[in-house]
Design a protein around this ligand. Sequence first.
Ligand SMILES: C[C@H](O)[C@H](O)[C@H]1CNC2=NC(N)=NC(=O)C2=N1
Length: 124
Amino acid sequence: MGHKLEDLSSKKCVPCNSKEMRAMTEQAANELIPQVPEWTLVNESGRLRLSRSWKVKTYLKGLEFFQAVANVAEAEGHHPDLHLAEWNKVKIEIWTHAVGGVTESDFIIAAKINRLNLHDLVRR
Ligand SMILES: C[C@H](O)[C@H](O)[C@H]1CNC2=NC(N)=NC(=O)C2=N1
């Protein structure tokens, strides 16, 4: 990945309760979004979050997917919202509850999720 203005996936999340934690503006978030392909920025009544959906091969593979994401989340101390609906539809939403919006930590987690090898779990 070279040194493309600090690859997000090689950064660490900062604690959500840290003092310098502030929600990003929509403009700042839009500038970062190209660095997390397939994620979209959604505005839920003024609160920004990152969202991405996948179809998994089986219900159990959905849970395996969640376990892989949970391992990233625990390592970073930053925890995405995990949804599994209609047996094979996984949706992950990431936002910083503590500030009611998105922070760089959310982008870092999204970048790390993008690097998971999900080949065996998701439908093509
Ligand atoms: C103290 C600790 O950092 C906080 O409780 C964390 C845990 N994980 C978290 N995850 C997310 N996504 N948002 C938070 O505000 C948050 N808070």
